[in-house]
Write a protein that binds this ligand. Structure first.
Ligand code: 13P
Length: 250
């Protein structure tokens, strides 16, 4: 079965120590241990174990923010998909722009990471998005098509893959594309996914980039938007919950 909608995922990035991370997920679990949609948190790697344990009686997903493409080996500082799963994660983000642009990850590497994650049974959240220069040059569609063509993992299905469209220039800036632009981009992505995967039209498509309680309802009411990938606003349990309910979750 494809994931229950809305799909609202919180990427904590490099934020959170044990006490506040556990308090945050405790407040979320108190709201809905068994959410009607798909609700997930992506804490820093150090907190995956404790957060997964805290949420073990709930259906709130816990995921990693990245994984290495190899199963194990001499890769100092890296974490494999098997390690994420072992710590209690059931999902992982790959291709986040802060890794593409901050750390030079390319589509081939992102695809390898996604395939390593699928091999461990993790739900892959593949992040794609154009930079501001690409947006201004009218290259958005070209970039997104390239990122999908080279980054989509073999073996992806609507059950094990989510695609998150995050324009790089909208991340952490308070700026978002217009609703018409989001709608147009997501409809295009829906078509691309349908062409590239069996059942691809069922893959959940999330919007990410400056999603807040104030704009979440408008964005998630767009027909081609199945949910949101939330950064800063996911660090507050009440705010994150408001975003989830704005998308129709309970
Ligand atoms: P913000 O919601 O802070 O803009 O971050 C979005 C993001 O990068 C989620 O992965």
């Amino acid at each position: 079965m494809p994931l229950a909608r809305p799909v609202v995922l919180g990427n904590w990035k490099m934020n959170g120590l044990k006490a506040d991370g556990l308090a945050l997920v405790g407040r979320l679990a108190a709201r809905a241990a068994h959410p009607s949609g798909t609700l997930g948190v992506f804490p820093p790697a150090t907190l995956i174990g404790p957060v997964a344990q805290r949420l073990s009686a709930s259906r709130i997903l816990v995921g990693g923010q990245d994984c290495h493409q190899a199963e194990s080996g001499a890769y100092t500082g890296s974490i494999s998909a098997a390690m994420l799963a072992d710590a209690g994660a059931t999902a992982v983000l790959v291709g986040h722009s802060e890794r593409r642009h901050g750390l030079g990850e390319d589509d081939a590497l992102i695809k390898a990471k996604a395939e390593a994650a699928l091999a461990q049974g993790l739900l892959v959240v593949l992040c794609i998005g154009e930079t501001e220069a690409e947006y201004l040059a009218g290259e958005r569609d070209l970039v997104l098509t390239r990122q999908l063509d080279h980054g989509l993992p073999e073996g992806a299905t609507p059950e094990n893959l989510v695609v998150a469209y995050e324009p790089v220039w909208a991340i952490g800036t308070g700026r978002t594309p217009s609703l018409d632009e989001i709608s147009e981009t997501h409809s295009r992505l829906r078509g691309l996914m349908a062409e590239r995967l069996t059942g691809g039209a069922e893959v959940a498509l999330l919007y990410g980039g400056s999603v807040k309680a104030e704009n979440a309802a408008d964005i998630m009411s767009l027909e081609a938007v199945d949910g949101a990938l939330v950064g800063g606003a996911s660090l507050d349990a009440d705010g994150f919950w408001s975003i989830y309910t704005a998308g129709g979750g309970a």
